[in-house]
Design a protein around this ligand. Structure first.
Ligand code: HEC
Length: 713
């Protein structure tokens, strides 16, 4: 009896230690930056719960192990209690490693370290209190315990335990400094957290042709058969598309780019809209954005090259500077997209570049926003020469479009089209609507997708995602139009850096038409939201997640002229293992979906669900779910057809349920789909969801899901 209650007390102390450790970790930092260069990681209550459960589990296994090995009563002697301490330490550390490798919580080394320390201290106290009688007082018990803890150090087993206890430090350090190791860890995490199978996959697109760290690819407007690829090291290649043959190096900026580390390197490029059209001014022009890393400082540069001369060296010699923006030397947040808009102006996305003195300003440096330039210097009504020069930088060889929001203000840098962004690494125009979309890489918690409008102020640094940032006051009178993101998502252990993509308008994937496709650099996940979403949603569909590319750094996503979706994947830093991938059907193995069984649905029969649908839903959706109910006339063509494969293909069960429960806007769709929570019971909502699923046409990829749903009746 006593043994059991000691055991339970020990586990309770571990749980308490995590709660107290979490409280202190959100206030203090113990891990020196020099050892582990990590940002402050924000963890949620659910993370704390997962950590507590894991540490209690690890402790329980270790204690039971010790009991089997060293026998019964842990309070028999101070020596036995001291060995209990070491066993607990081993259990907790093993659980920590397990959390790190196999879960996707926002892994916080501070939380784990502080929880462990607090737990160990509490345990020492616990043993001292429990053995105070035999030792004649708590103080004496404490001394005896600590003395035995020291003495046990003579045992090699205890040394092994201590070395093991330090292993998370080594692992964490290696994780932050060695990319291959980090890739390996992420591959394990992705494999361990595989959720439902996804409707698409990513496969290599260009045959044998590989690159070293491809970072961006583009097509010239008038040539769908040539793909241009920029590598992070600064090489611009061309290759036949889609064969991938004839890969030729056009330009080599390696000398200019210099040392590549952190977020530096060649980052983006675009070809002039007239590229390749003989006799035009833009015939040979490519605009490249890169960080130049020299011993005496780092500069973000937008430079034009002419690709007409016959050799890479001769082309390099045509370098014409547009922007040279000095930055401090930490290498962070350079952003890096260069895109010609439908208006013929060049849009450049620049990161805040750690220039906190310029946050929320358009009169400082060319950082933290979207710039809009007239590189053709059309003049007259259209554009005017550059006025003000940026702080720590220089600007030349373009004009300022007169309709830029700050063009008329002589104190402002007229280049700004939008500001208040942190690190809008990838931006792209929707060729259907002309709207500009950006993925803005966030700090430690939130990633954002933004729709960029003229004069928009995207609220960095005072808001990220949908959250005010602690300790940062909003400006008294914010410049421009404060604009929240369209979508935001929270970091997990392997999802933490948004790579903006594009609104899909191709024919190759009809189901994706009108969706903004984007990725995460760490997880290699491909996500989608309808491009007509109302702002501020956290819901997106995951289309593909390829373990092969996880953590190897996706860097860009574009729609090719033939409608394929192309994705650049970095690969190793030193070897040509980077690839251009493309979206593909999920392979046969993935097509079988394991839809989780909704238990509560069993209480509402299929016949009841059909009746409920007829009463509540059919007026819009039609009795047969085809989207042809009497009220659908008024709703235009927005009522979906539940009997089409296209509707079901990439909507998860959860998403359907959310739509029915909370209405269309909860899943980034229209408000005409009303919420039913409160109107219908949970079991009814589930049954209606299953009814909708049963309309999915039978077919090879529909089999798993339809089968699972009908089994729920
Ligand atoms: C007043 C009309 C109306 C009624 C009533 C209605 N819906 Fe809808 N529903 C819509 C419209 C419109 C959409 C499409 C929204 C969009 O894509 O913008 C929709 C979309 C949906 C979707 C798809 C969400 C997605 O992921 O695209 C589901 C599922 C759905 N409705 C289920 C139901 C169910 C179940 C009921 C009855 C309980 C119901 N609806 C009642 C109008 C209605």
């Amino acid at each position: 009896m006593r043994r059991l209650s000691v055991f339970l007390l020990e586990l309770a102390v571990v749980a308490l230690g995590v709660v107290l450790g979490a409280a202190s970790a959100s206030r203090f930092r113990l891990i020196p930056k020099a050892l582990l260069h990590l940002p402050q990681i924000d963890f949620s209550t659910s993370d704390i719960r997962v950590v507590a459960a894991a540490l209690v589990g690890g402790a329980a296994v270790a204690l039971l192990g010790l009991r089997a090995f060293a026998g019964g009563d842990p309070l028999r002697s101070p020596r036995r209690a001291a060995s209990e301490l070491y066993a607990l330490l081993v259990g907790i550390v093993a659980a920590t490693l397990g959390l790190f490798l196999f879960t996707q919580i926002a892994f916080s080394p501070e939380l784990l370290l502080q929880s462990t320390l607090v737990t160990m201290a509490l345990l020492v106290l616990l043993y001292a209190v429990l053995t105070r009688r035999a030792a004649h007082g708590v103080g004496a018990a404490l001394v005896a315990l600590l003395r035995e803890t020291g003495r046990l150090l003579r045992s090699p087993l205890v040394w092994l335990a201590l070395i093991f206890a330090l292993s998370p430090v080594a692992v964490a350090r290696r994780f932050t400094t060695d990319r291959d190791f980090a890739n390996w860890v992420t591959a394990i995490r992705v494999a361990a957290n595989r959720r439902e199978a996804l409707p698409y996959s990513l496969i290599n697109a260009l045959g044998e042709t590989r690159f070293t760290t491809p970072i961006m690819m583009q097509f010239a407007r008038h040539d769908p058969h040539t793909l241009y690829v920029l590598t992070r090291g600064g090489q611009l290649w061309r290759a036949d598309y889609p064969a991938g043959t004839q890969a030729t190096r056009l330009l080599d900026l390696a000398e200019r780019v210099g040392y590549v580390e952190m977020e530096n390197g060649a980052l983006g490029f675009d070809l002039h809209p007239d590229f390749g059209r003989p006799g035009t001014a833009g015939e040979g022009y490519v605009y490249v954005y890169f960080t130049e890393y020299r011993a005496d400082g780092q500069t973000n540069r937008l430079t034009r090259f002419d690709l007409r001369p016959p050799t890479p060296d001769a082309r390099l010699a045509t370098a014409t500077p547009l922007i040279a923006q000095g930055r401090n030397n930490d290498g962070y947040h350079n952003a890096g997209s260069v895109v010609f808009g439908p208006d013929g102006f060049l849009y450049v996305s620049v990161g805040e570049a750690s220039a906190s003195d310029c946050h929320q300003r358009v009169d400082c440096a060319l950082v933290g926003g979207i710039l809009r330039l007239d590189v053709d210097k059309r003049g007259g009504e259209i554009s005017r020469p550059i006025g003000r020069q940026p702080l720590r930088g220089s600007a030349a060889n373009y004009y300022i479009p007169r309709d830029n929001p700050y063009a008329e203000d002589s104190n402002a840098l007229g280049e700004f089209w939008a500001h208040g962004l942190r690190n809008p690494f990838r931006i792209a125009f929707d060729r259907g609507t002309g709207e500009l979309w950006a993925g803005d890489v966030g700090s430690t918690v939130w990633e954002e997708v933004n729709r960029i409008t003229r004069g928009g102020n995207y609220e960095y640094p005072w808001r990220e995602g949908n959250s005010p940032q602690a300790g940062i006051a909003p400006p008294a009178a914010p410049l421009g139009t404060p604009t929240p993101p369209v979508l935001f998502y929270r970091h997990t252990a392997f999802s933490r850096s948004v790579i903006g993509g594009t609104v899909y308008r191709g024919k190759r994937w009809p189901d994706l038409e009108g969706n903004y496709l984007f990725m995460d650099n760490y997880s290699g996940e491909l996500m989608a939201i309808p491009a007509r979403v109302p702002p501020l949603t956290e819901h997106y569909a995951t289309l593909a997640r390829s373990p092969e590319v996880a953590q190897r750094g996706v860097t860009a996503l574009i729609e090719a002229p033939d409608g394929e979706v192309l994705i650049s994947v970095m690969g190793d830093n030193d070897h040509p293992t980077g690839m251009i991938a493309r979206l593909a059907e999920a392979d046969a193995a993935n097509a079988v979906r394991a839809a989780p069984e909704p238990k509560a649905a069993a209480t509402v029969s299929a016949a009841d669900a059909t009746r409920l649908f007829g009463v509540n839903c059919a007026r819009c959706h039609g009795a047969g779910g085809r989207g042809d109910g009497p009220d659908s006339q008024r709703l235009g063509d927005f009522v979906p057809d539940f009997t089409s494969e296209g509707f079901h293909r990439w909507r998860s069960d959860d998403e359907l349920l959310t739509a029915i429960r909370e209405g269309g806007t909860a899943v980034g769709r229209g408000p005409m789909m009303p919420p039913w929570q409160g109107v219908l019971r949970e079991g009814e909502l589930l049954a209606l969801r299953d009814l909708v699923r049963r309309w999915r046409p039978a077919g090879p990829s529909a089999g798993g899901s339809a089968g699972a749903s009908s089994a729920a009746q």
